[in-house]
Design a protein around this ligand. Structure first.
Ligand code: AQP
Length: 328
């Protein structure tokens, strides 16, 4: 069985981008793979987090995983900070990384641009992410397109480690969806939809009530003209809405395009909203049930135990290979 690992930061309201680019694939991969899905709280603190909000968001992401259809009997669902091996291997991966390669990471460049005080955690985020993946010897990592560069680094670090210290780590493969790998902002199709965007109108949060979803989509920016055609170069805004539609309805873009061929943007956006509501309303109902069931802590405890067993084994192999004195 192939092993799969991925995670989402509890750094705000999860968006439709997180769902389509990442979570939806977790749900389908869990049936065929040995699966580990984390809530990456150690990554979230690379930008300031309010303690009460971090706690709440961590439970909320766990509940969203369950509501989206991740089965805790199949996949381990856990908080990254509950498995201390992440921080430890993260340090070792930091020491294997070069300043130059970390400086080239576009996420670091985007998140630090224009700021005078940039946290060092933001800079060493990629080696921690590499450690997350390498600890589980994951074969597959389902992520959105924005994480491709971090995965490349992970592959480089695994190769570098094996070359220097002997075959120990598994070089992982990215698993990036064909349609929806990069869902863009509703107000600007040159930026990805992101939960940390201060304009809430730029994203659909998974927990937005249906009337909010309808309003946000009716206000979503559209390109000039009125034709519903998929053409990311010349019509990036409508193309983004088309890929959201396709992801929610399960239809191909061609089928949707021909349905709206002579109907214009208005009808299309109205129907799009119903497609999104159709996916999110049931998810929100399950979310509310899970939050009130009091089951989350037990599931996280069980997930962390399962994860720790694998992580501890890899970490001790790594330490031995690197020459750390075994515990005396
Ligand atoms: N817009 C997106 N389209 C497709 N996939 C996306 N992902 C994020 N945004 C999109 C995927 O979701 C997973 C988890 O992301 P994350 O929480 O670790 O952080 P991120 O990639 O930095 O996402 P955000 O929403 O932009 O968070 P903030 O604003 O907190 O930085 C990843 O697999 C990512 O590819």
């Amino acid at each position: 069985k192939k092993r799969v690992l991925s995670g989402i930061q509890p750094s705000g309201q999860l968006t439709l981008g997180n769902y389509i680019g990442a979570m939806k694939n977790y749900v389908s991969l869990q049936h065929e793979c040995d699966s580990y899905f984390m809530i990456v709280d150690l990554h979230a603190i690379t930008v300031p987090q309010e303690p009460a909000a971090l706690r709440e968001n961590t439970e909320s992401v766990a509940a969203l995983y369950l509501a989206a259809g991740i089965d805790p009997d199949k996949a381990a669902i856990f908080a990254q900070s509950h498995v201390h091996e992440h921080a430890e291997l993260g340090w070792m991966m930091t020491t294997l990384s070069y300043m130059g390669e970390l400086e080239r990471m576009t996420q670091f460049k985007d998140k630090s641009a224009g700021k005078d005080a940039v946290g060092a955690g933001l800079f060493v985020y990629p080696p921690l992410m590499s450690a997350d993946i390498l600890l589980y010897k994951a074969d597959l990592v389902p992520v959105g397109d924005d994480q491709k560069q971090h995965l490349e680094l992970t592959r480089d670090l695994a190769g570098r480690f094996n070359h220097r210290f002997g075959e120990t780590l598994v070089v992982p493969e990215p698993f990036i969806p064909k349609v929806g790998a990069r869902i863009m902002s509703l107000d600007d199709a040159s930026k990805k939809m992101s939960k940390s965007n201060p304009n809430a109108g730029s994203y659909i949060a998974l927990l937005d009530p249906p009337e909010v979803i309808r309003k946000k989509l009716s206000r979503a920016k559209t390109d000039l003209g009125r034709e519903v055609v998929y053409d990311p170069q010349n019509k990036p805004e409508i193309s983004n809405l088309l890929s959201i539609y396709a992801n929610c309805s399960g239809e191909t873009i061609e089928v949707i395009q021909s349905r709206y061929a002579d109907r214009g943007y208005g009808d299309f956006k109205k129907d799009l909203a119903e497609q999104v509501v159709g996916v999110l309303e049931p998810l929100q109902r399950r979310y509310a049930e899970i939050r009130s069931s009091g089951e989350i802590h037990r599931i996280l405890r069980q997930g962390a135990e399962r994860a720790r067993a694998v992580a501890a084994k890899t970490l001790s192999e790594v330490k031995e290979a690197m020459g750390f004195l075994p515990p005396l």
